[in-house]
Design a protein. Structure first.
Length: 101
């Protein structure tokens, strides 16, 4: 297996930090919606939540700074590496006939 380049490692960490920051923004937004209680969270379309979450993140860049902390990003990367599927296993969407049953 090839050693990843510094550039690819930095890109991976940046992408991981962005995912964490977006998740934090979405959690904060959902808490605010629930606290206000004017509308039910389940009635808000996901596309609207995503747009509002991105707006929230633009207004609160500290979430990205916090998410980019090395220990947080490293933990995310280790967790995701543990979840990788074994390439030799069969896909879940194959039929029983295709699986040989």
């Amino acid at each position: 297996m090839a050693t990843p380049s510094l550039r690819s490692l930095l890109a991976e960490r940046q992408a991981a930090a962005m995912v964490l920051a977006r998740q934090a923004a979405l959690r904060a937004l959902k808490r605010r919606i629930q606290k206000e209680g004017r509308i039910k969270l389940g009635s808000v379309p996901l596309s609207t939540l995503t747009r509002l979450g991105n707006d929230y993140l633009r207004k609160h860049p500290e979430l990205l700074v916090e998410a980019a902390q090395p220990d947080i990003v490293q933990n995310l990367q280790v967790t995701n590496r543990k979840r990788r599927l074994d390439p030799t296993t069969k896909s879940l969407n194959e039929t029983q006939v295709q699986n040989g049953a």
